[in-house]
Design a protein around this ligand. Structure first.
Ligand SMILES: *Cc1c(COP(=O)(O)O)cnc(C)c1O
Length: 438
């Protein structure tokens, strides 16, 4: 049984939930609902844990994957704990720079970086640009040359391994938009072209194999294939591979039954596999880097909703109780997008009443606007009660929309009884300001 709640989550004597010493009823009253609450100490502890695990296996850097959720406050927390940041757009880059993170701790991703984004990144001195296409090799080389800089780069390769939770699929081919295919020869051609361009400096390969991965098996299969390719290329083209960035994808517990491997263990197993594979082909071991997103920011975050209606609906099997909350697919698209599962609890009080089976739904005009397909909540659940959904720190606010013209929720950080605004709630005026209204 895994704990799915932020490290500081606790019930006070009245039964109400508190996080970081802040009573969720007070948070709801002050900031409104839906509300994202992040346990600052938990975020920092997870970032530290990654930093320590990386140091123990001799890795060169851990880049926090900004796409999971970024704001200047978050960039500062993770950077203060020793992580760099992986940004995948000019917008994410701007937030990281605004937070004071130096370019030397940033890495730029993306499969279609604009010239402007490349200029901004190189101008900011980003430590690595991860190249993803032949067009981009030329674009990055041109911009670097124009700015009089030799830009360190990694090359993103796809190696036919796709990993999710306990499974990985290993194929001989690749059918996806990211990276250069090793099997099709594109990766080899990319290395050949990069070697001819003096304004970019090749440092090594990058591979990202999936998301919500619970064990090391997929990474180990990826390592065998990557090391095989590196060995082949170093013999054929005399290329040195100083670094290997293995991306993110480390899984978290959304449900109590989820049981991801601890990061220390995962990092050790991955590093051992890379070292073993390199020894087998007589190659020096490259310096590793990792890019966790979800594993840092997911579990410390929760979403607080207010119940609006409780409706019993007759189905062929009996009654189903629909509990509607004041947000939904605009603040958490993952259940609709990937059938993602979450844990929910009554947050504003406890109840001695028997639980009932419910479906928790949002307020959007879409029957697929389901947050939790099946959950047990107390049968006396009523409008005005607060519900809390666990592990929503990653890929919820960052993927939020204004569907149905709902302003996007606020994000607060909580620590030692104090709440601070990470992102304020969007107002209807913010949204209406986009419409010239003529
Ligand atoms: C999405 C992504 C990550 C982060 O993935 P998580 O599952 O959040 O750890 C890291 N690197 C790359 C290239 C990605 O696309």
């Amino acid at each position: 049984m895994s704990n799915v709640w932020p490290a500081s989550a606790a019930r006070d004597s009245t039964g109400a939930l508190s996080i970081g010493g802040v009573d969720v009823r007070d948070a709801a009253a002050q900031f409104g609902t839906p509300l994202f609450i992040l346990d600052e100490q938990d975020v920092r502890a997870r970032a530290r844990e990654y930093r320590i695990a990386a140091t123990q296996v001799g890795a060169r850097q851990v880049y926090y994957a900004a796409k999971a959720f970024l704001a200047t406050g978050i960039a500062r927390w993770v950077h203060e704990e020793g992580l760099g940041i992986d940004v995948a757009s000019g917008g994410e880059l701007a937030v990281a720079l605004r937070a004071g993170v130096p370019g030397s701790d940033l890495l730029l991703h993306g499969n279609n970086k604009s010239i402007h984004e490349i200029e901004e990144a190189i101008g900011a001195g980003v430590s690595r640009i991860v190249l993803d296409s032949f067009e981009e090799i030329v674009r990055v080389a041109d911009v670097a040359s124009r700015l009089g800089i030799v830009q360190p780069v990694l090359v993103r390769v796809t190696i036919g391994v796709e990993a999710h939770t306990h499974e990985f699929i290993a194929t001989a081919h690749e059918d996806q938009k990211f990276g250069f295919s090793v099997s099709a020869g594109a990766a080899q051609e990319a290395l050949r072209r990069i070697a001819m361009l003096p304004s970019i400096e090749f440092r090594g390969l990058h591979s990202h194999i999936g998301s919500q991965i619970f064990d090391a098996l997929g990474f180990e299969e990826a390592a065998v294939r990557i090391v095989g390719f590196m060995s082949h290329m170093s013999k054929e083209l005399g290329i040195e591979f100083a670094e290997l960035d293995l991306g993110g994808g480390m899984g978290i517990a959304y449900l109590e039954s989820d049981d991801p491997l601890a990061i220390g263990q995962l990092a050790a197993q991955i590093a051992d596999a890379v070292a073993r594979d390199c020894a087998a082909v007589g190659m020096p071991v490259p310096a590793l880097a990792f890019e966790p997103g979800r594993a840092i920011i997911g579990p410390p975050g929760v979403t607080l909703y207010e119940v609006g209606t409780v409706k019993a609906v007759q189905t062929v099997d009996g009654l189903r109780t629909y509990v509607s909350v004041d947000g939904g697919m605009s603040d958490n698209i993952r259940p609709a997008l990937y059938d993602a599962e979450y844990t929910v609890a009554l947050a504003s009080r406890t109840s001695e009443v028997e639980p009932m089976l419910v479906r928790v739904v949002g307020k959007h005009c879409e029957s697929g606007d389901i947050l939790i397909r099946e959950a047990y909540l107390p049968a006396d659940l009523a409008p005005g009660d607060l519900l809390v959904v666990a592990a929503t720190g990653a890929y919820c606010r960052s993927m939020a929309s204004n569907y149905n013209y709902l302003p996007r929720p606020a994000v607060i950080g909580v620590n030692a009884g104090h709440a601070s605004v990470i992102l304020r709630r969007e107002t209807l005026n913010d949204v209406l300001a986009l419409d010239p209204g003529a």
